[in-house]
Design a protein around this ligand. Structure first.
Ligand code: NDP
Length: 264
């Protein structure tokens, strides 16, 4: 029987995940289809997953923390960070994983040795990335619009600031993990702060893909080497696909086919 996979999010229309995964399924002759589901109420995630008889799914903004709560079991890195972006139906039990952090490490490999990172945003994506950076011994500062979500990062031992208490230092890399610039034309912090930060960093990355966000536009104007979230998407997608299909596939092959799907 054909297996059904999906991505849950709000918004979700922009997502390239269906294209990527369907390309790999086709190449492998794997009898499956991957679609997108616009889910407004994150508390309906589990119910919707099983009602649709999904074999697996990805979860994007803003439901990754809700996805963690919905799981019957959470494995690996996702357990540590409390954030799930990949769901598997294992004999009627919902199993959660996180492939975002490893996907992002794959994406920034080309920047070389990174020792000091400023992460803007304190949502699900930020939690996964920051925990992974700390695990690798990287120095991390977190800057967020509001105070509430910073407590998680304080416990991890990061320097944490809201806009009011922030003063830019030198960084190897600044990453935007906020959704500012996704549906709107906003910068992830007031423009004077962003200007300051961009003047003091070697590299810039944005988790948002498929568009030049105002943040990346400014980095480009300042001739800073930058990348959008496309490689992160690819990295997390390769790892998610291994979980969807099976573990014996060559990651390299999956990567080539997913990358080709970007050009469609
Ligand atoms: P969450 O909803 O969990 O977190 C959103 C964060 O953005 C919060 O820190 C919030 O601050 C901040 N924020 C939202 N709007 C603004 C704004 N206008 N100005 C400043 N800060 C703002 O989202 P996720 O972590 O799940 O996703 C974040 C982004 O990363 C999304 O754009 C998503 O598409 C992208 N992403 C891309 C991936 C890829 O593969 N390339 C993978 C994962 C995510 P506050 O706490 O004050 O509300």
């Amino acid at each position: 029987m054909k297996k059904l996979f999906a991505i849950f999010g709000d918004p979700v229309a922009h997502s390239k995940s269906p294209l990527m995964h369907n390309c790999v399924f086709k190449y492998l002759n794997y009898d499956a289809c991957y679609t997108r589901i616009h889910l407004k109420d994150g508390s309906k995630l589990k119910e919707t997953f099983f009602n649709l008889k999904l074999s697996g799914a990805n979860v994007t903004v803003p439901h990754k923390e809700e996805a963690f709560k919905a799981c019957d079991e959470v494995r690996g890195f996702a357990k540590k960070v409390g954030v799930v972006n990949t769901l598997i139906n294992e004999n009627g039990r919902l199993i959660g994983y996180n492939t975002d952090a490893d996907g992002f490490m794959f994406a920034i490999k080309e920047f070389g040795d990174i020792q000091d990172i400023l992460v803007i945003g304190a949502g699900g994506t930020s939690k996964a990335l920051v925990s992974r950076f700390m695990q690798d011994g990287i120095k991390v500062t977190v800057l967020n619009r509001s105070e509430g979500r910073l407590s998680y990062f304080k416990k991890l031992g990061c320097r944490c600031h809201t806009w009011d208490s922030f003063e830019a230092k030198d960084y190897d890399l600044v990453v935007n993990t906020t959704s500012a610039g996704l549906k709107d034309d906003e910068l992830p912090a007031p423009s004077n702060l962003i200007e300051d930060v961009l003047n003091k960093t070697s590299f810039v990355a944005d988790a948002i893909y498929g568009k030049l966000t105002p943040f990346l536009k400014l980095a480009k104007e300042k001739n800073i080497t930058y990348k959008d979230g496309a490689d992160m998407l690819l990295g997390q997608g390769v790892l998610a696909n291994e979980l969807f299909v099976n573990y014996s596939l060559e990651a390299q092959d999956i990567k080539i086919f997913m990358k080709n799907s970007f050009e469609l």
